[in-house]
Design a protein around this ligand. Structure first.
Ligand code: GAR
Length: 201
């Protein structure tokens, strides 16, 4: 099995690290892209010896950002993309260019709490259950066919500092599993529904 995966990350990059730590996935990671030069994800990539690109040009909401990003990824012969805490909208041209090959991890049970503050939003709404979603990306933000979801109970005394680590723990399991399934051709998409096939024994 072969793939050239770009991981896009804006922040600390713990999800990137989970991918780098997976011995099957590590050789697939061809590039790490961040929109923030100071993102710790860039440091993690450098430590792992993975090429990095900082791509911060283009106003928010402008499809030019996504189009420029497509050409960066094409230059590196990337065929698969993981949005691992990438806090910019990639836009329709980008989604079109990598159709069916973009995964996103989100810290809530979508369609609940899309956006950049899902853990805080779950706490603010005092929900009893939140969770993690890994999905294929379509043209809407935090939207597209769902690959995996896992629920996480919210305790009455939870605050961001206690809930967020439990969310991350689940993300670090589900995201590598979803990427392996995508690259190994084990995701069958029928409309909105994704069937995840088991690895043949
Ligand atoms: C993760 O919790 C990810 O689900 C979230 O950003 C965090 C990045 O953490 N993404 C979103 O909220 C997308 N809407 P990390 O930098 O430690 O991987």
């Amino acid at each position: 099995m072969d793939a050239r995966v770009a991981v896009l990350a804006s922040g600390s990059g713990t999800n990137l690290q989970a991918l780098l730590d997976d011995p099957v996935i590590r050789p697939w990671i061809a590039l790490v892209v961040s929109d923030r030069p100071e993102a710790y994800a860039i440091e993690r990539a450098r430590t792992a010896g993975v090429p990095t690109v900082v791509h911060e040009k283009g106003p928010r909401g402008d499809d030019a950002f996504g189009r420029a990003l497509v050409s960066v990824l094409r230059d590196h012969h990337v065929d698969t993309v993981v949005l691992a805490g990438f806090m910019r909208v990639v836009g329709p041209a980008f989604v079109d260019a990598f159709e069916g090959r973009i995964l996103n991890v989100h810290p809530a049970l979508l369609p609940a709490f899309p956006g950049a503050h899902a853990v805080a939003d779950a706490l603010a709404h005092a929900v009893k259950v939140t969770g993690v979603t890994v999905h294929l990306v379509d043209e809407e933000v935090d939207h597209g066919p769902i690959v995996f979801q896992e629920a996480i109970p919210v305790r009455d005394d939870d605050v961001w500092d206690t809930l967020e680590p439990r969310v991350h723990e689940v993300e670090h399991r589900l995201l590598p599993a979803a990427l392996r399934a995508l690259v190994e051709g084990r995701l069958k998409v029928e409309g909105r529904r994704v069937h995840v096939l088991e690895m043949p024994a």
